[in-house]
Ligand binder design. Structure first.
Ligand SMILES: NC(=O)c1ccc[n+]([C@@H]2O[C@H](COP(=O)([O-])OP(=O)(O)OC[C@H]3O[C@@H](n4cnc5c(N)ncnc54)[C@H](O)[C@@H]3O)[C@@H](O)[C@H]2O)c1
Length: 253
């Protein structure tokens, strides 16, 4: 068990990669705080973990709201006893948009969840991680933040910001025995990817859909990302800090 006696809080745990990581971390011995803005989805993930013999609680929180973020950590420590691992994974994406026509409120909304949410999820985790003697923070970037997505200005900017914040926090908090890293996924078959595909093409995305820009020719699975998150959460990655890890099967033009 690679996460025995650890407590992990995962945001966006109600679907996609967050849900896959919650189940995988739990199977490696961690108690899980499954956080999502969608309380029903968070509860479903927590129930699946408990059904498989694990330990989990569900928490409804909007990661863009400081009060919610403070409370999600306070509840985790109160109900699960400590905090060792934080996976800031929740995010949203805007409709495909030309920068010139971008609605200003939509820009703030995406930056609010995807960048401010990660900032809050690190800042308010810190005292609890110090109290535990250290820990691991994993933030979710995207290849969008590395190579940029033409149709997603706020998403791309936020994800580039996540990588920058990850580096700063990793440098500042190494003295507390806290490692901070980011996973930058390529296309992964999740509800988010299905939604984007449906809006852009009017067609349903399938797990087997071909990805011409991916050297592997396919999308990743949520479990393939969760395995990297597990590596970063565990002591197997003890000398990895302040860095983005791209998990995209080889992506480019
Ligand atoms: N799917 C992809 O192809 C892809 C590629 C690169 C990066 N990513 C990133 O990976 C992460 C996970 O993506 P996914 O595809 O699993 O997404 P998803 O949409 O399938 O799941 C995201 C979950 O986050 C929750 N959420 C949304 N806003 C929230 C908020 N304000 N507070 C709390 N929870 C909130 C949703 O309810 C949902 O359960 C995201 O950071 C995303 O940007 C996804």
């Amino acid at each position: 068990m690679r996460l025995a006696n650890k407590v992990a809080l995962i945001t966006g745990a109600g679907a996609g990669m967050g849900s896959a990581a919650a189940l995988m971390f739990a199977s490696e011995g961690a108690a899980i705080a499954a956080v999502d803005i969608d309380e029903t989805a968070a509860t479903q993930t927590a129930r699946r973990i408990v059904g498989q013999g694990g330990h989990a609680i569900a928490i409804r929180a909007d990661v863009a709201q400081a009060a919610d973020v403070r409370e999600m950590f306070a509840r985790t420590v109160k109900e699960l006893g400590r905090l060792d691992i934080v996976y800031n994974n929740a995010a949203i994406i805007e409709e495909k948009t030309e920068l010139a026509n971008f609605d200003d409120d939509d820009f703030d909304r995406v930056i609010g969840v995807n960048l401010r949410g990660v900032y809050l999820g690190m800042k308010y985790a810190l005292p609890h991680l110090i109290a535990a003697g250290g820990g691991s923070i994993i933030n979710t970037g995207s290849i969008a933040g590395l190579i940029s997505f033409r149709g997603s200005p706020a998403y791309t900017a936020a994800k580039a910001g996540v990588v920058a914040l990850t580096k700063v926090a990793g440098l500042q908090w190494a003295k507390h025995n806290i490692r901070v890293n980011a996973i930058c996924p390529g296309p992964v078959f999740t509800p988010m990817a299905e939604g984007i595909h449906r809006r852009m093409t009017g067609r349903q995305l399938r797990p087997t859909s071909k990805m011409p820009m991916s050297a592997s020719g396919r999308m990743g699975t949520a479990e393939e990302i969760a395995r990297v998150a597990l590596f970063l959460a565990s002591d197997d990655s003890s000398y990895i800090n302040a860095t983005p890890i791209t998990v995209d099967g080889g992506f480019g033009v």
